[in-house]
Design a protein around this ligand. Structure first.
Ligand code: FEO
Length: 170
């Protein structure tokens, strides 16, 4: 039986995942404005992933008979000083989400709610990838600088990213 507190935190996570999608669309908007369409594509696909995460929590809550509550969220940051600032913000955001997932996992563990523990195992692994992706791109931007041919090559590479729903979906 899911406790009210765990149910509330799972519903809250839907909000955070949709917020993440909006935040990444804001970052995509900044990149589009700078003519960096490949970086923008990276964030638009990232927003698809975040909506997928939100719906994974949504479907899970419904599957176990929990009541869904959808709530709003604040405007994301839209102003960035550079591409480096964009990816620093993205990495910090993913670190925040990782903390949220870890808190959820701790709660599920305390309550010995095994289905939720199993769901969160997927998200724990996903967060390792999410942080690594942002961190790798940030390091490359620091290497090549905020402009120049190296950055255009990265832009070209990131234009190839497409959204593929993970195979481990329920
Ligand atoms: Fe849903 Fe990027 O974590």
């Amino acid at each position: 039986m899911l406790s009210d507190r765990l149910l509330s935190e799972l519903n809250e996570q839907i909000r955070h995942e949709f917020y993440s999608a909006n935040y990444y669309l804001a970052m995509a908007g900044y990149c589009l404005n700078k003519g960096l369409d490949g970086f923008a594509n990276f964030f638009i696909v990232q927003a698809d992933e975040e909506r997928f995460h939100a719906m994974k929590f949504y479907n899970y809550i419904n599957d176990i008979g929990g009541r869904l509550f959808i709530s709003g969220y604040d405007d994301p940051k839209n102003d960035f000083t550079s591409l480096e600032d964009v990816f620093e913000s993205a990495l910090h955001h993913e670190q925040f989400v990782t903390k949220r997932i870890n808190t959820l996992a701790q709660l599920a563990d305390e309550e010995k709610h095994y289905p939720t523990i199993s769901l969160l195992k997927w998200f724990i692994d996903e967060q390792v990838e999410e942080e690594a992706t942002m961190s790798t791109i940030l390091s490359k931007i620091r290497l090549v600088g905020n402009s120049g041919p190296g950055l255009l090559m990265m832009d070209q590479e990131l234009s190839a990213r497409v959204f593929t729903p993970p195979a481990t979906t329920e």
